[in-house]
Design a protein around this ligand. Structure first.
Ligand code: ITT
Length: 196
C-alpha cells in the first residue's frame, strides 16, 4: 500500500521509511509526491495539529496519509516545549532549542521528560484514526551524540542504557521511541481492521 508522510521534517521521513518499508508499505514523503506545503499549526493539542497536517495533504493527494505531531514535554518546565517543540522560544536552530532546555533545567533537581508522538492516519476515504505514543525518560546534563534529530542529543530514555538517544544506534530508536510506539498502535489497529 502507498502511504504519504505529511511532513517537511527529513528526520521523521527517514524514521517512517525505516519502520514501515519492512512491513510492506511504499512510503513517500509529501515532497516526493509533488505536494509542497507548510501547514500552519494552529491546534491546541498534538492531536489537532496532526489532523490539520494530514488533512491538508489528503485534500491534494486523495490517498492514505500519515502525519505526526510530536514533541518533548519537560516536567520541571511545566510541560514545555510541548506542541511548540519545533519553535521553542522562537529559536531558529535545533542546537539553540536544546541549549534553552539545558539552561532552563540548571539547578532543577527533577529532569524527567517524555517524548510524545501523535499519529493521524487518514485512510483512503479520508477518515481520521489517531494513535499516541509516549516515551518516558529524562534530560541529560549536556548534549551527546549525532544520530537522530531534534532533542535526541539531550534525551535519555528510561529503557535505554543511560546514553542519549542520539548516542545509540538508530535501530534502538526505531524500535523503542514514541514514534515506534504510535506506529505499533496503528499497525495493531490495521491488523484488526483487516480481520473484520
Ligand atoms: P512537520 O510539522 O512538517 O512534521 P516539524 O519538525 O515541524 O515537522 P512538529 O511540529 O511535530 O514537526 O515538531 C516536532 C518537534 O519536536 C521536532 O522538530 C523536534 O524538535 C521534536 N521532536 C519530535 N520527535 C522527535 C524525535 O523523535 N527526536 C527528537 N526530537 C523530536
Amino acid at each position: 500500500m502507498e502511504l504519504i508522510i505529511a511532513t517537511n521534517n527529513a528526520g521523521k521521513v527517514r524514521e517512517y521509511k525505516e519502520i514501515l518499508t519492512p512491513l510492506g508499505y511504499q512510503v513517500f514523503s509529501q515532497s516526493e509526491k509533488g505536494v509542497h506545503l507548510e501547514v500552519e499549526e494552529t491546534g491546541k493539542t498534538f492531536q489537532e495539529n496532526a489532523l490539520l497536517k494530514a488533512r491538508a495533504v489528503y485534500d491534494i493527494a486523495h490517498c492514505p496519509v500519515l502525519a505526526d505531531d510530536s514533541g518533548l514535554e519537560v516536567a520541571a518546565l511545566g510541560g514545555e516545549p510541548g506542541i511548540y517543540s519545533a519553535r521553542y522560544k522562537g529559536l531558529a536552530t535545533e542546537h539553540s532549542r536544546r541549549m534553552a532546555i539545558l539552561d532552563g533545567l540548571r539547578d532543577k533537581p527533577d529532569r524527567s521528560a517524555r517524548f510524545i508522538c501523535c499519529i493521524c492516519y487518514l485512510d483512503a476515504d479520508g477518515q481520521p484514526h489517531l494513535f499516541t505514543g509516549v516515551w518516558p525518560g529524562h534530560i541529560a546534563l549536556q548534549e551527546e551524540g549525532s544520530n537522530g534529530f531534534g532533542y535526541d542529543p539531550i534525551f535519555i530514555a528510561e529503557d535505554a542504557d543511560g546514553r542519549t538517544t542520539a548516542s545509540l544506534p538508530l535501530a534502538f530508536k526505531e524500535t523503542h521511541s514514541h514514534r515506534a510506539r504510535a506506529v505499533g498502535m496503528l499497525m495493531a489497529w490495521m491488523g484488526r481492521e483487516k480481520g473484520r
